[in-house]
Each structure stands twice: as structure tokens, then as C-alpha cells.
Design a protein around this ligand. Structure first.
Ligand SMILES: [Zn+2]
Length: 193
């Protein structure tokens, strides 16, 4: 498998708890800061993939600025600029945002890992040969119910590889964000500091 050089996180429900409505509403998911620290310490680049959802572009920028203050600096932000009802092609399983982020990082998509929480996220990654790590959803509103059930079922089975797409890319179910770091970087006993 290609060595992973960049890790791209979905924002809502993955990097953050829920979907923030304002900068004051930004709550990092458990283990987010520590996981990002581990990845960056091992030279991996980090990025955020996000849909605009119900907010205006200006509101989205303010939310993302707050996310960057709490969890950044990120090497790339791939933001869908379209309204929630626009039926745009940024949304998984379309890999457009993933490809855009990889391009901005000058990294092959196959050297990227996408951390998401729906089967559509996994499909987007597999379409471009990226690695996918799926978290069980925490009750956010970014995925369709049917897509989540697969990820939750796999997550109950533990941290396992559940399949391989074209080109041998793996989909791995992880229990939480720290498990993402454990999957992608060599483990050392020391912590932050
Ligand atoms: Zn879009």
C-alpha cells in the first residue's frame, strides 16, 4: 500500500462534534487535538473537507477560522461553496473535494487518507485510490441513515479492515480519532509535551 502522506478529515461529525451553527458552537470531537498533533509530529500533512450546509459563506468562514484556531494549522481546506440544496458534485461519493485537496498538497490521491463516517465517504476515497478510515457517526446530520449503518456495524466489530477497492485501497473501520493516529503512524509511548 502507498505510504500515507496526508490525512483529510471531514469536518462535521468527524473532526467536530455535530454541525456548528456559529463559531461559539465549534466543539472538537474527543481526541481531535491529540490525534492531529500525533499526525503532524510524524510529518503527515492534515486537511479538512467540509460542506457549507445551511450557513452562508461568511458564516462558514467564521466557523472554519475558529476550527483552525482550535485544531490547526491545517495544510489545506477543501470547502464546498454551494448551498445545501444545490445538489452539487462536491459531495461524497463524488471525490471532487478529495482530489482538489490532494492537488493543493501536490500529493497523489493514493497517498491520502480520508477520515469520514459514511459509506459514501469510503466510496469517494476508493474511486481515487485513497485510503479510507471510517468512524462510527455520533448523531450528526451529514450522512444518510443507510450509509451510517454500515460504518456502525463495522465499528462494533472493532478496528478491522473491511474491504479493498480497486487498486487495493483499504477501508478501515476505526473506533475513534486516536485510532486514526494509531493506524497511520508508528506508535511511541510518549504523549504531547
Ligand atoms: Zn459543492
Amino acid at each position: 500500500m502507498t505510504r500515507v502522506q496526508a490525512v483529510l478529515f471531514n469536518r462535521d461529525g468527524v473532526l467536530l462534534d455535530g454541525v456548528p451553527r456559529s463559531p461559539d458552537d465549534v466543539r472538537p470531537a474527543p481526541g481531535a487535538a491529540e490525534t492531529l498533533w500525533q499526525l503532524r509530529r510524524h510529518g503527515l500533512r492534515t486537511g479538512v473537507i467540509t460542506l457549507r450546509g445551511p450557513l452562508t459563506e461568511a458564516e462558514t468562514r467564521r466557523v472554519d477560522t475558529r476550527v483552525d484556531e482550535l485544531l490547526g494549522p491545517f495544510d489545506v481546506w477543501a470547502v464546498c461553496p454551494h448551498a445545501a440544496d444545490a445538489d452539487c458534485r462536491c459531495r461524497a461519493p463524488e471525490p471532487a473535494l478529495l482530489l482538489w485537496a490532494a492537488g493543493r498538497l501536490c500529493t497523489a490521491p493514493a497517498a491520502c487518507a480520508l477520515v469520514g463516517d459514511t459509506a459514501a465517504d469510503a466510496e469517494a476515497a476508493q474511486r481515487v485510490g485513497a485510503r479510507a478510515l471510517l468512524l462510527p457517526t455520533r448523531g450528526n446530520a451529514t450522512g444518510r441513515q443507510g450509509e451510517r449503518e454500515g460504518a456502525e456495524e463495522g465499528a462494533r466489530a472493532g478496528e478491522t479492515e473491511v474491504g479493498a477497492g480497486a487498486g487495493g485501497t483499504a477501508v478501515q473501520i476505526v473506533a475513534d480519532l486516536p485510532a486514526v493516529a494509531r493506524a497511520l503512524v508508528p506508535q511511541t509511548p510518549d504523549g504531547p509535551g
